[in-house]
Design a protein around this ligand. Structure first.
Ligand code: ADP
Ligand code: MG
Length: 230
């Protein structure tokens, strides 16, 4: 628990700093993108190859800036009572095409009659998208992604996302959620950082189980709405 707290404090300071920088970088970036577009029309064939590289790399910078700006968003997000199964169903629908392209099928087990979760639906969706995308990316040969939503105990609901990828080395487990930790050539190592921050803001927690060569399970625990209030 202490470990978790320390981690989120560091995240807050780093997040604010990085978000500040991201904000400052955005305007000059917009100018660069605009002028590059203008140049495109006057480029010959050879140079248009460079143009493609510049565009791809600019898009990459853009995605990094967007992730960090997200961290600095004012906390005025609207928490509402939501059915977490509906949020997950929408997420799965969104990612189905990408999964099928990779020969991956979703298996879903949803417990009926679960209480609502007090949450910002779009933010939780972002968490599920990030974690499921990671699962897809570690299964190049296809297979099953198993999603389970069930009551964990009196206070919380457990969402598990299990893949059949290569797993995570034990000494790397600690690094999950650290900014820029990535093992992918084209990764940015920000998806989990943002996801952990959102889960933290929802007073939830994450536990990752992984067996090398077999797969990984992300378990997300979210508080049930306290029935006694009503
Ligand atoms: P990115 O996907 O851009 O690398 P993330 O923050 O989403 O950034 O993930 C960070 C790293 O955590 C990944 O590069 C990978 O090493 C590891 N990781 C995350 N999810 C999984 C998974 N399901 N199986 C194996 N490794 C994972
Ligand atoms: Mg990712």
């Amino acid at each position: 628990m202490e470990e978790r707290l320390k981690k989120s404090d560091t995240l807050n300071v780093l997040g604010q700093l990085a978000a500040g920088i991201a904000h400052e970088v955005r305007n000059p970036m917009t100018a660069v993108k605009g002028f590059i577009q203008l140049l495109e029309s006057s480029m010959d064939k050879e140079h248009s190859m460079y143009f493609n590289i510049i565009s791809t790399e600019l898009a990459r910078i853009d995605s990094i800036i967007n992730e960090f700006l997200f961290l600095s968003k004012p906390q005025a997000v609207k928490y509402m009572e939501n059915d977490i199964i509906i949020i997950m169903r929408e997420t799965v629908k969104l990612l189905n095409a990408q999964a099928l392209l990779n020969n991956i099928q979703f298996r879903t087990y949803y417990e009926y009659g679960l209480p609502s979760i007090l949450c910002e639906g779009n933010q939780l969706k972002k968490v599920f998208i990030n974690i499921i995308k990671n699962a897809i990316e570690v299964m190049p040969k296809g297979g099953f992604i198993t999603i389970t939503i069930q009551s964990f105990n009196e206070d919380s609901v457990k969402v598990s996302i299990e893949d059949e990828g290569g797993g995570i080395q034990e000494d790397k487990l600690d690094k999950l959620g650290q900014p820029f930790f990535t093992t992918k050539e084209r990764g940015n190592g920000l998806g989990l950082m943002v996801s952990y921050k959102i889960i933290d803001e929802h007073k939830g927690s994450v536990k990752v189980d992984s067996i090398e060569g077999k797969g990984t399970t992300f378990n997300i625990y979210l508080p049930k709405i306290n029935q006694k209030i009503f």
